[in-house]
Ligand binder design. Structure first.
Ligand SMILES: NC(=[NH2+])NCCC[C@H](N)C(=O)O
Length: 377
């Protein structure tokens, strides 16, 4: 049973995806289309992710891992998904000889032309191609699906390399109430439920069309009555540089605390979805949020809004935290200034090292991106 009340509510059940063989398939040639900026050390990366997951388990959180859940699919289901995803003509009976672990791994980590040839003859002049591209970003479970109240929203991904993820997650998680985002783009990194309302970024990853499709439907379903919409601006719409999702520029660690990239957010346009209208609110986002979060909202500026610290800790994802309990979050260790400011306003910050995870670079990612809450109340 799904239930997500608010960004700042205690986390009870969450979806993650451990990194695996797909991370060994990044090369300078494929980085760009797979939305990466650098090549991480896959061994250290896995250790960092394991430590992060362990820290959630230590807090008694029920952690669902995509890599384990996918094994619950039948062999036939796995094979038909592989055939659907493949750009090459694969030999079905060779696939039948593989075990479930191997099939699941092909779906997530992809299939190179060399591997495909081992399964039967394929005609291809170059070996460096993928018959099935790796789901390089599956580790960022936040984005392809999201829960608000009891409704699961099946996302719609802006960039090609992630377009298989929403379907796969629905097949794995089998949520009961699914609202599918059918128009524009709609991604979880922009999506912040706040107790019957929604705070949502758009313009870089999610789009205005995505919002105009999903919001009225959420309202009809009784999951929201209003929404605060933040227009994200980026110098260049590019799959792996510049500003990405809303969670790369702000966080809501408690009902009365926000983490805020001031230099950027004070200049973005804010709209309110009320009644059946969308109207511009001329105030800076931090003022608007006082009406929705708390009159006594405390704003923790990234890097204390000191230019060099602010720019560095923004780039290293200081806003990208996961709330695990009331006034308790998990954050990257390396954002020391912002973390200290959070402690000073009464937030307990549990940290972990993410030196390889952060090399994803691209449109930036951190603890929030690596979690999809199923129960948060
Ligand atoms: N919610 C997030 N900030 N997710 C970050 C995802 C990073 C991933 N490389 C992408 O560009 O899709």
């Amino acid at each position: 049973m799904l239930n997500v009340k608010a960004e700042y509510s205690p986390l009870k059940k969450v979806v993650v995806a451990s990194p695996g063989k797909e991370k060994y398939r990044l090369t300078p040639k494929t980085l760009y289309e797979l939305q990466y900026a650098e090549i991480p050390d896959p061994v250290e990366l896995k250790k960092e992710h394991d430590e992060f997951v362990q820290k959630m388990k230590n807090e008694g959180i029920d952690v669902v891992n995509v890599r384990e859940e996918i094994l619950k699919m039948s062999k036939n289901e796995l094979i038909s998904l592989i055939l659907e995803s493949s750009e090459c003509q694969l030999n079905e009976s060779a696939l039948e000889n593989l075990n479930k672990e191997e099939l699941a791994d092909i779906l997530i980590s992809g299939l190179t032309a060399v591997e495909a040839k081992k399964l039967g003859s394929i005609l291809i002049p170059e070996d460096e191609e993928f018959c099935i591209k790796p789901l390089e970003n599956i580790m960022f479970t936040r984005d392809p699906g999201m829960v608000i109240g009891k409704t699961y929203i099946k996302g719609k991904m802006r960039w090609e390399s992630r377009r298989r993820e929403p379907d796969l997650l629905v097949k794995i998680l089998k949520p009961e109430n699914v609202l599918e985002a059918r128009k524009g783009y709609f991604e979880g990194g922009d999506f912040f439920p706040i107790d019957g309302k929604l705070l949502m970024g758009f313009g870089t990853r999610s789009s205005a069309l995505g919002l105009s499709y999903v919001l009225p439907r959420l309202k009809e379903m009784g999951e929201i009555d209003e929404a605060i919409l933040v227009r994200l601006e980026t110098p260049e719409l590019h799959p792996n540089k510049g500003i990405g999702h809303l969670d790369t520029v702000m966080g809501v660690p408690a009902k009365d605390v926000i983490i805020y990239y001031k230099n950027y957010l004070d200049n973005v346009k804010v709209y309110l979805y009320k009644g059946s209208d969308i109207i511009r609110d001329q105030r800076p986002l931090r003022e608007v949020l006082k009406d929705y979060l708390s009159k006594d909202l405390r704003v923790v500026n990234i890097g204390n809004a000191e230019y060099y610290d602010e720019e560095r800790e923004h780039w290293l994802l200081a806003s990208n935290i996961i709330v695990i309990d009331t006034n308790k979050i998990i954050a990257y260790e390396h954002n020391r200034i912002t973390n200290k400011l959070l402690e000073e306003v009464g937030i307990k910050v549990i940290t972990f090292k993410g030196n390889e995870i952060i090399k994803e670079g691209g449109e930036r990612s951190g603890p929030r991106c690596m979690t999809m809450p199923l129960i948060k109340q």
